[in-house]
Design a protein around this ligand. Structure first.
Ligand SMILES: Nc1ncnc2c1ncn2[C@@H]1O[C@H](COP(=O)(O)OP(=O)(O)OP(=O)(O)O)[C@@H](O)[C@H]1O
Length: 327
């Protein structure tokens, strides 16, 4: 049964000439949830987002919102709104007029526009900057204007294309907290395109990992991180080793590998590199078959018995932490 404001992709394909950018993907986005579309450059995530927004045509398949086929509707009639990577603010318009712009285009009366823009200014905490021009704002403030401008149309789904990429790392972390809070407050769905795993893990209720025009894995953030199904997902999410064992190929988290002196019941390994990372020390070692294994050792434990490149060590893990990979 279709739930209210449920967005569904049914066999959605995008071709640019002979190139397949998105290949018959299927997914149902949960209502009122924060989803991150995650994948490397060129995997098709922006094309997917643009098709949902209506800025790109669907070559095959359909997009349903609340059970209604929106595939051929113009962007303004879909119930979606998009926030762009570079914010695309009008430089000659004040913050208030930028936010109210789409209502003006729709022919909404000035008084009502003003009231609604005021509500949005309050929502993103920019009331006192309402009369400024975009170039008189910081990057984070510009981002909030862009958010307010997208939200004033009262979308059922907000689409965000790399919304944090223009910000410095410190502000990026602060703004991602604000995005998450806003999504929970508004109770609408956010679909956020990113190529950053940490960003996706920090924000998403659900992560959809794309690779090479298809969805490799989708699920709650914790499941995707803890139980990657394919080699690609394990390596792209990071924090895992992919190891070929006699009974198959497995992923194991780097912090689930323990390091001891070589002894019975451990796997012989030779340390190849040691990297101090603050809370942890990353210990890279080589096992038989020329395979490399990383162990993330808590720094206090590492320094009670430090190892150095060339040292022989023993590696150990609990078999229940191994996840068999399907591809
Ligand atoms: N307008 C276009 N014309 C032709 N090919 C395109 C067009 N837009 C995207 N592509 C191609 O489609 C594929 C998917 O592109 P898309 O922008 O969706 O990927 P992406 O995952 O969002 O990448 P990025 O993170 O670099 O933005 C790429 O191979 C890209 O070169």
């Amino acid at each position: 049964m279709t739930v209210k404001h449920d967005l569904e992709l049914v066999d959605v394909t995008k071709r640019y000439g002979p190139n397949v950018a998105v290949d018959a993907i299927q997914h149902r986005f949960q209502p009122s949830s924060y989803t991150c579309l995650l994948g490397p450059s060129g995997c098709g995530k922006s094309s997917t987002l643009r098709m949902i927004a209506g800025h790109e045509s669907v070559t095959e398949g359909s997009i349903l919102l609340s059970g209604r086929d929106i595939s051929d509707l113009p962007p303004a009639r879909r119930g979606t709104a998009m926030m762009f990577q570079n914010y695309a603010l009008f430089p000659h318009l004040s913050v208030r007029d930028n936010i109210a712009f789409s209502l003006k285009m729709k022919g909404v009366e000035p008084k009502e526009r003003h009231t609604k823009a005021g509500e949005m200014l309050e929502l993103v905490d920019l009331t006192i900057l309402a009369d400024r021009l975009p170039d008189q704002l910081s990057g984070g403030q510009q981002q909030r204007v862009a958010l307010a401008r997208a939200l004033i149309t009262r979308p059922e789904v907000l689409l965000l294309d790399e919304p944090l990429s223009a910000l410095d790392p410190f502000l990026r972390i602060r703004m991602r907290g604000e995005l998450k809070k806003l999504q929970k407050e508004l109770g609408i769905s956010f679909i956020h395109v990113t190529h950053g795993q940490d960003e996706a893990l920090a924000l998403a209720d659900e992560i959809v990992v794309m690779n090479d025009a298809v969805i490799e894995q989708a699920g709650p953030a914790r499941d995707v991180f803890n139980a990657p199904k394919t080699r690609f997902v394990a390596q792209f999410m990071g924090g895992h080793n992919v190891i070929a064992l006699p009974n198959g190929c497995f992923a194991i988290r780097t912090d689930a590998v323990t390091v001891t002196a070589p002894k019975k019941g451990t796997l012989d390994a030779q340390v190849t590199a040691v990297e101090y990372q603050g809370t942890h020390v990353s210990l890279l070692s080589r096992i038989s078959g020329d395979q490399e294994v990383t162990a993330m050792v808590p720094e206090a434990i590492y320094f009670t018995n430090p190892h150095h490149p060339g040292d022989q060590i023993g590696l150990h893990w609990d078999a229940k932490n191994l996840h068999q990979l399907t591809a």
